[in-house]
Design a protein around this ligand. Structure first.
Ligand code: T5A
Length: 213
């Protein structure tokens, strides 16, 4: 049986990492073989790109189109080296961000041409789509406040103005409306445990339909 690609998306601090961790523990407790990965940085090459993209020092500008190409390069390597082989091995993949991040951040956030973004996504993924994408929906201010409380130094993208983050949030809402069969909105403003319950409820139905349960 081919594996399944489960993607988690949302604005900064929406809780993807936390939910992926909880989800991976749950799936492992069911005896399901999983891979946890992320973009950018799911491969060795991707880790180099991630360092360039998410530098925490302010004085290293990256042009918007360069940024788009670096995310596409990271994704192309990730699909080829990690996603396709692990899906072929039957694994359930939990992936922190995928194509919708590029549409939301570089498209809605930076204002780059959408048709160019879709074309680059198609090249980078070679047609590989997620089986389900969870959009963890939380107010931009709530997400950024969570990040501040965590004490991490803000990276290049987190340092952007609030209007940039709001455009990204609108982008996710638009994406969810455009692809209702693939993108599932989850209210991510509740506690991690409550959010996880919503995700497990939806995934239980999916896992049954896919023959894992
Ligand atoms: N990007 C990425 C693009 O611009 N284009 C692209 O194509 C791609 C793929 C990735 C950056 O790259 C950009 C988007 C991003 O800016 P990253 O470090 O991976 O950078 O950053 P994020 O993906 O945004 O991940 P974060 O770590 O910032 O946030 P998470 O994973 O959403 O949140 P998490 O789980 O780490 O939680 C953040 C804090 O909130 C707490 C946690 O304990 C933690 O302290 N928290 C909660 N608090 C209260 N209630 C809850 N329900 C909570 N859930 C978590």
């Amino acid at each position: 049986m081919n594996g399944k690609l489960i993607v988690f998306e949302g604005v900064e601090g929406c809780g993807k990492t936390t939910q992926i961790q909880l989800c991976s523990e749950w799936l492992q407790s069911l005896g399901i073989s999983i891979l946890v990965t992320r973009e950018p940085g799911g491969t060795e090459l991707g880790l180099h790109l991630r360092r360039l993209l998410l530098d925490k020092s302010p004085a290293k500008p990256i042009a918007d189109r360069t940024e788009l190409l670096l995310y596409a390069a990271d994704r192309s390597q990730h699909v080829e080296q990690e996603l396709r082989p692990n899906l072929a091995a039957g694994k359930i993949i939990l992936c922190d961000r995928y194509i919708d991040s590029t549409v939301a951040y570089q498209g809605y956030g930076r204002g780059l041409d959408m048709s160019l973004i879709h074309e680059l996504n198609a090249i980078a993924t070679d047609g590989l789509e997620s089986d389900i994408t969870f959009w963890l929906d939380v107010d931009v201010e709530v997400g950024l406040a969570r990040k501040r409380r965590s004490g991490d130094v803000a990276d290049r993208i987190e340092q952007e103005a609030i209007a940039f983050h709001r455009r990204i949030q609108q982008g996710y809402a638009q994406l969810a409306a455009s692809y209702p069969e693939r993108i599932v909105r989850v209210d991510a403003s509740a506690s991690p445990e409550v959010v996880q319950k919503q995700i497990q409820r939806i995934l239980t139905d999916k896992l049954k339909a896919w023959g894992y349960m």
